[in-house]
Design a protein around this ligand. Structure first.
Ligand SMILES: [Zn+2]
Length: 308
């Protein structure tokens, strides 16, 4: 729940952090997210900002023409959709592009940056609020000016944040434990901002693989699993790695990928699991990986019921 005043404050915070230099030059902001939270309609009334919302769940076929005609200067969309624009060669020439609403996987970044010929920035937000935005120097800064962050260690140098928002009055948010895994930066940003930087949003705590070993239960984080697949062969630019049961893992690769690359990825993940002494069977499945607009893309996913 959020009040009208809080909605505007949130929207202001996003725009102020995302494009402070563009606001005076007439921005056309295209927001492509799963649902219209009602937040975005309000900005259409502004003289300085034209905002258009495109419903992700309807699929790009239904609004591609309207998006191209809108000719946005700023695009905010999940990375899978930005990548889809590249694959479909959609006619867009924004001045700034933000990945939002899903974890940005390093495998998508070069494809998107090459297509738009721009550095890809990030907005880290959830229904719980706005948590981080990339600065003009490329640092992903936590929104510590509006949210208080505490961190719990999650192993492997990763943390999960607890967030407290002091300015929300309709629904309070006090020490709310987020599901995300972050790698915090040890260095201050070149831009001089005192807001702490995040090196990487690694994924969700839910997607940590929970396996057993002769030495007891073990956890394998999504970044380690993802890197094992991607480093196995440079031709791999998409995959799914899913823990389907207490001791079963599926690696899905598209049939268009060369067989030797698929075998290399299979071996790399198996070697990783063996190093951790995980008791698990890894199966390789060759199947197309279609664009899904109805759910968040998670390349590494744990489908076990989570026992808290
Ligand atoms: Zn910075």
């Amino acid at each position: 729940m959020i009040s009208e005043a809080e909605k505007y404050r949130w929207l202001g915070a996003i725009l102020a952090k995302a494009a402070p230099d563009l606001v005076w030059r007439g921005m056309r902001v295209a927001v492509i997210l799963p649902q219209n939270a009602g937040l975005y309609d309000s900005a259409r009334k502004s003289r300085l900002i034209k905002l258009a919302f495109f419903d992700l769940t309807l699929g790009p076929e239904s609004w591609r023409g309207a998006l191209e005609a809108f000719d946005p200067t700023v695009i905010i969309a999940p990375p899978k959709m930005l990548r889809h624009f590249a694959a479909e060669n959609v006619r867009l020439r924004p001045r700034r592009v933000f990945s939002a609403a899903e974890t940005l996987d390093p495998v998508d970044r070069p494809v998107i940056e090459d297509f738009f010929r721009l550095p890809l920035d990030q907005i880290y937000m959830a229904t719980e609020g706005l948590f981080a935005v990339t600065c003009r120097q490329g640092g992903l800064h936590l929104a510590e000016d509006s949210v208080f962050f505490e961190f719990e260690p999650a192993g492997e140098g990763l943390v999960t944040p607890l967030v407290t928002a002091f300015r929300r009055q309709i629904q309070i948010m006090a020490r709310y434990r987020m599901n995300d895994l972050l790698r915090l930066s040890k260095e201050p940003c070149r831009c001089g901002s005192p807001l702490r930087c995040v090196d990487e949003i690694v994924g969700r705590m839910d997607d940590v693989f929970r396996l057993t070993s002769p030495d007891g239960p073990i956890l394998v984080t999504p970044d380690v699993l993802r890197n094992a697949v991607l480093k196995a062969d440079r031709r791999i630019d998409d995959f799914r790695l899913i823990q389907t049961g207490p001791d079963t893992v599926e690696l899905r690769l598209p049939p268009t990928l060369a067989d030797d690359a698929a075998v290399a990825a299979h071996q790399a993940v198996r070697a990783l699991l063996e190093t951790r002494k995980a008791v698990a069977t890894l199966s390789l499945i060759r199947a197309p990986l279609p664009l899904e607009t109805s759910r968040k893309l998670r390349r590494v996913e744990c489908r076990l019921e989570r026992a808290r």
